[in-house]
Design a protein around this ligand. Structure first.
Ligand code: SAM
Length: 473
C-alpha cells in the first residue's frame, strides 16, 4: 500500500512500506557524511526534518557528527524553550480495564493487581494532596472499561478536580490520557475544559500491535491510530502522541511517530502539542526481560535529540519511568515537561501503598519528592514552571504553534514561569528550594525581553509575595 500523508486511514498515513523503505534508506546512508551534514544544516534553521532525514540522523554513528547532533538539539531547545521546564503529575483514577495489553499490568486477566476506582470524594483527597505538593497541572489516567470508567465518570472527575480550591492551591490544567474514543466523547472532553488529550500509540507496527493487544477494544489498530484525527474533529486541538519504547524496534516506531506528526500537521495545520517518550518498565505481572526490543540509554538519548531537531516546536515529555541520571541527560537534549513526585497507584498520593496491596501501573524509577525535583532543576540552571497560561488564554492548537514558530512564546513563557515558580516558592517550597528559586527569579527577571512586560512581572511578583495569586501573561 502506498504512503498518503493526508489520508484518513491509518494504514495510509502510517504506511508500513514507507517505514520499511525509510529504515533501509537510513541504513544505506547512515554514514554518508555530506548527506548527514546537509540534514544538520537544515535542522539548524529550526524548520524541522522529514521522517527520512530524521531516520538518517538516528542511524548515523560518525562520532563527530553525533556530537554535533547533541549540541544542536541543545541549541534548538534553548531557542524555543529557554531553560523552562513545565511540571506536572499523573493522577490515576481507576485501574479497571477490559483490554488484554500484554505489557501493561492493568490487563484484564491479571488477577494479582488490586482493582481500584476512586470515588469523587477520594479524588478530592488526592487532588488536595497534589495541591499541597504544589502541582497545578495533572494528567488523568484510567484503564479502559466502559462499565467502571465510562466517559461520564471521567467528565465528572474533571469537574470535581477543577472545582477544588484548597488554601492557595488550584489545578489549572487537566490533561487526559484515556483510551481512544468517539468524536462525540472528544467533544465532551473539550467542553469539560481539558488541556491536552494524550494517547500513546504503543507501537505503529500493525502486526506487532495486534499481537500485543490480543483482546478488548484497544485491539483495533485503525481505531486506535486514527484517534487523534477524531480528537481534532471533536475540537481538541492540543493532542499528545507517543510510543512505548521497548515493544517494537525503536527504528520502526521512531519513524512511525514522526509520520504521525507529519499527518496531523498536513491535515489539521497543527502537529502534536507534545510527544512523550516512555520506555517500558517493570510492573506487577510484567517483566521487561520478556521484551527483546528494550532501548539502551545511549540510543534513547539520541532518539530524544533527533526528535527535538525534527519537530522543534513540539513539547517533549519524560515521566518518572526514567531515572534521575537519564532525566538529567534528556533535559539537555530536548525534553520540556517533567513529572515530579509521581505515584502510579490508584489513591497513591493520600496513602503510599504497601507491596501486597499493589494497584500501580508501573514501577517508578525517580522516587524523589516534587520539592527535591524542583531544587535539583534549579541547581542544574532550569526554571521549574507551573504555568498553565496558554490554554487558559486560548493559545492552543495553531494559535499556540504560530506563536512558538515566530519565537514569540518566549515573551509570555518566561514571565509566566517566574510568576508560577514564585507561587510555588511562597506556598510549598522548603527553605533551601526557596533560596535557590528566589536567586533564579532574581537572575532571570532581567532576561524578559519587553520592558513593559518586565515591569509588570516585577509588580506581580511583589503582589504574589503579598498573598495574591494567579497572574498571567
Ligand atoms: N488506558 C489508556 C490507553 O489505553 O491508552 C491509557 C492509560 S495508561 C494508564 C498510560 C500508558 O502507560 C499506556 O499508554 C502505556 O504506554 C503505558 N504503560 C503501560 N504499561 C507500561 C509499563 N509496563 N511500563 C511503562 N509504561 C507502561
Amino acid at each position: 500500500m502506498s504512503y498518503l500523508v493526508t489520508s484518513a486511514k491509518a494504514e495510509d498515513f502510517i504506511s508500513d512500506e514507507e517505514i520499511r523503505e525509510t529504515i533501509d534508506y537510513a541504513a544505506a546512508h547512515a554514514n554518508d557524511r555530506s548527506l548527514v551534514e546537509s540534514i544538520l544544516q537544515k535542522a539548524r534553521q529550526c524548520k524541522g526534518l522529514t521522517h527520512r532525514e530524521a531516520a538518517v540522523l538516528l542511524e548515523c554513528d560518525l562520532p563527530d557528527l553525533v556530537e554535533e547532533m547533541f549540541g544542536l538539539a541543545k541549541d534548538i531547545k534553548q531557542r524555543f524553550y529557554g531553560n523552562r521546564i513545565v511540571m506536572f503529575a499523573p493522577l490515576y483514577l481507576s485501574n479497571y480495564c477490559v483490554n488484554g495489553c500484554v505489557y501493561c499490568p492493568y490487563h484484564a486477566r491479571n488477577k494479582s493487581i488490586r482493582r481500584k476506582k476512586l470515588t469523587q470524594d477520594e479524588i478530592r483527597q488526592e487532588v488536595i494532596a497534589l495541591q499541597d505538593m504544589g502541582h497545578k497541572r495533572l494528567a488523568l489516567e484510567t484503564g479502559e472499561d466502559p462499565k467502571n470508567n465510562p466517559i461520564e465518570y471521567v467528565l465528572e472527575s474533571i469537574k470535581t478536580i477543577y472545582g477544588i480550591k484548597h488554601k492557595n492551591g488550584a489545578i489549572r490544567r487537566v490533561n487526559v490520557n484515556i483510551a481512544a474514543t468517539t468524536v462525540e466523547n472528544y467533544r465532551r472532553l473539550k467542553e469539560a475544559g481539558i488541556g491536552t488529550y494524550i494517547l500513546f500509540q504503543e507501537t505503529y507496527n500493525k502486526a506487532n500491535y495486534e499481537m500485543l493487544h490480543p483482546s478488548g477494544p484497544k485491539s483495533d489498530y485503525a481505531y486506535h491510530t486514527e484517534a487523534m484525527d477524531r480528537a481534532m474533529q471533536g475540537g481538541i486541538d492540543d493532542v499528545g502522541i507517543g510510543v512505548l519504547f521497548g515493544l517494537e524496534t525503536y527504528r520502526y516506531d521512531f519513524v512511525g511517530l514522526l509520520m504521525h506528526a507529519e499527518h496531523l500537521e498536513a491535515v489539521y495545520g497543527v502537529g502534536p502539542h507534545t510527544i512523550s517518550v516512555p520506555r517500558l518498565c517493570m510492573a506487577d505481572d510484567i517483566d521487561t526481560a520478556d521484551f527483546k526490543n528494550c532501548v539502551p540509554d545511549e540510543v534513547f538519548y539520541k532518539i530524544v535529540a533527533v526528535i527535538r531537531m525534527a519537530v522543534p516546536y513540539t513539547g517533549m515529555i519524560v515521566s518518572t519511568r526514567e531515572s534521575k541520571r537519564s532525566r538529567e541527560r534528556v533535559l539537555e537534549l530536548g525534553v520540556s515537561q517533567l513529572s515530579g513526585g509521581s505515584r502510579t497507584s490508584v489513591g497513591g498520593y493520600v496513602r503510599e501503598e504497601t507491596e501486597d496491596e499493589n494497584s500501580a501501573q508501573f514501577d517508578v524509577t525517580d522516587r524523589r519528592t516534587l520539592d527535591e525535583v524542583v531544587a535539583w532543576l534549579l541547581e542544574l540552571g532550569y526554571i521549574p514552571s507551573f504555568c498553565t497560561a496558554c490554554y487558559r488564554e486560548g493559545r492552543t492548537g495553531d494559535r499556540f504553534m504560530s506563536l512558538v514558530k515566530k519565537g514569540q512564546i518566549a515573551n509570555c513563557c518566561l514571565p509566566n514561569a517566574l510568576l508560577t515558580l514564585k507561587e510555588y516558592l511562597s506556598d510549598y517550597a522548603s527553605t533551601e528550594t526557596r533560596r535557590l528559586g528566589e536567586a533564579m527569579i532574581g537572575r532571570m527577571l532581567g532576561e524578559i525581553p519587553g520592558e513593559k512586560v518586565r515591569e509588570n512581572a516585577r509588580r506581580y511578583l511583589e503582589e504574589i509575595a503579598n498573598g495574591k495569586r494567579d497572574f498571567r501573561f
